[in-house]
Design a protein around this ligand. Structure first.
Ligand code: UDX
Ligand code: ADP
Length: 471
């Protein structure tokens, strides 16, 4: 029986291994982690990762061929294939601060693999070490050096980055657009790639399994996220020009995306991209460009992040300047704190940055998100408030959030924000009542008929806004 071990029971490793175990009942899968609370949560009825369908997948194979354990060394030593799926956040200090990925967790995992493999093996068996985490191009070289330095076992490093999106993890894992496997162009490298290919072939059609060199696979992961981020920044840059000229960004995006070479996906203008991965990977790509002697390319990618920052800050400026250039002491409702609909995750959320801006100007922010817990909302807004003069209230629904407010910001595209009774919302608000739609979910015409002053990203401004605000 093939044995697989995954180091890191996080957002990526947990769901990826659960689906692998489900689809390969003849493979024994162990997911290990240094965090005891995480392990306990994976073994309980309240999984640490909330994804539609994940509970059922875990229930079907936990105790059958899926185990989640804190016994890192034993499972790593036993495995034929070891996935490394640990966090690689952007460095908060030191060399490359705010730009380079922090590889400390990755290196500690590499050392665990090296030590466990060296202590338990005669060297007869070839361990396949799989990079699952998004890492800078050529990281596998460092992994190989660490493994060689420990000696004792034969190994082959391959890269197999993960592409699923939050909120659709199980669906994406069951039916991926593609599975990417990169390896060395040697007999041992090809055999390691084949071993992993055979695992995925249990449920992924052969033509969706792409094989490349190690470096191409590593680079493809960060490049894929950078392309997604770049599309959002491109359409957001156009949205600013739309507002200045009276064009409508939805029309422009439809017309541009209608060209099959461009494609229509990922062209929704908004308050900016968020989440734990896109910005991190763009910065990782830019840093790799910088370190490899292509500063012009680094600058290009950094602009993707710069436009995202611009989009968030110009949204805040629009709110403040529309409301007579002061929000101090005014209640502003914030609908949506998650970084996108369908998830309760607020990491890197543009909504949190908008709250930071409003609180800094002294607004009283009343937040509501259908999936973000009150505790999480308090934590995020407290961090965002910093030394600002503003105050925070976490509301139970959108109507409570809007009651008595001067302005209302829509910052996550939840369907329920489309379907609100805006007449009721209007009746409860101060006059003039402002709506700032950062996700293009409201019916602008209908809301203007009710009496709202409406701003929607990339949409023609009404007279009030064009007279009273700067971009
Ligand atoms: C992303 C990638 O999509 C996925 O392939 C990768 O494996 C992990 O990172 P995720 O972070 O879950 O997935 O979110 P995604 O759906 O990509 O959205 C990222 C951000 O972009 C969100 O804040 C979203 O609201 C924003 N976005 C997306 C837009 O503003 N406009 C769009 O058209 C699309
Ligand atoms: P990702 O989103 O990339 O999955 P997470 O932060 O959700 O990142 O999960 C990474 C997991 O990896 C965490 O649960 C962390 O405890 C675990 N981890 C980090 N370093 C090690 C290590 N050396 N050995 C085992 N687990 C580790």
């Amino acid at each position: 029986m093939v044995k697989i071990c995954c180091i890191g029971a996080g957002y990526v490793g947990g769901p990826a291994m659960a689906v692998l175990a489900l689809k390969c009942p003849a493979i024994e899968v162990a997911v290990v982690d240094v965090s005891r609370p995480r392990i306990d949560a994976w073994n309980s009825d309240r999984l640490p990762v909330l994804e539609p369908g994940l509970d059922a997948v875990v229930r079907a194979c936990r105790g059958r061929n899926l185990s989640i354990s804190a016994d890192v060394d034993r499972h790593v030593a036993d495995a034929d294939i070891v996935f490394v799926s640990v966090n690689t956040p952007t460095k908060a200090s030191g060399l490359g601060e705010g730009r380079a990925p922090d590889l400390a967790y990755w290196e500690s995992a590499a050392r665990v693999v090296a030590a466990a493999a060296a202590s338990s093996r005669s060297g007869a068996k070839n361990t396949v070490v799989v990079e699952k985490s998004a890492v800078p191009v050529r990281t596998a070289e460092a992994m190989e050096r660490i493994l060689v330095a420990h000696g004792g076992c034969a190994f082959e490093v391959v890269s197999n980055p993960e592409f699923f999106a939050e909120g659709t993890a199980v669906r994406d894992l069951l039916c991926p657009d593609r599975v990417l496997i990169g390896g060395r162009d040697t007999d041992a490298g090809r055999s390691a790639v084949r071993a992993l290919r055979d695992v995925y072939a249990h449920w992924v059609p052969e033509d969706r399994i792409l094989t490349t060199s190690l470096w191409s696979a590593e680079l493809s992961k960060v490049a894929a996220n950078a392309f997604l981020a770049q599309r959002v920044s491109s359409v957001n840059a156009i949205s600013a020009l739309c507002e200045a000229t009276g064009a409508d960004v939805s029309d422009v995006a439809r017309a541009v995306g209608g060209d099959g070479r461009v494609g229509g996906g990922f062209l929704s203008a908004g308050v900016g991209f968020g989440g734990p991965r896109l910005q991190k990977d763009v910065l990782c790509l830019a840093y790799a460009c910088e370190c490899n002697g292509v500063p012009e390319a680094a600058e290009y990618w950094r602009q993707v992040v710069a436009v995202n920052e611009y989009q968030k800050s110009r949204f805040v400026r629009r709110v403040v300047s529309s409301m007579f250039s002061t929000v101090a002491g005014k209640k502003v409702a914030v609908l949506g704190l998650a970084f996108k609909k369908g998830v309760g995750d607020t990491r890197g959320s543009p909504a949190v940055d908008v709250c930071r801006g409003l609180l800094g100007d002294g607004a009283h922010v009343s937040v509501y998100d259908p999936m973000v817990s009150e505790k999480q909302a308090r934590r995020d807004t407290a961090a965002a408030a910093g030394k600002g003069k503003g105050a925070v209230h976490v509301a139970r629904d959108a109507y409570e959030a809007a009651q008595g407010a001067h302005g209302l910001c829509v910052l996550t595209e939840w369907d329920e924000f489309r379907a609100l009774d805006y007449r009721r919302v209007f009746d409860g608000m101060q006059r003039p009542a402002f709506v700032f739609d950062g996700r293009n979910v409201v019916d602008v015409g209908k809301l203007r008929e009710i009496g709202f002053v409406v701003y929607a990203v990339g949409k023609p401004l009404d007279d009030w806004l064009s007279k009273s605000t700067r971009n």
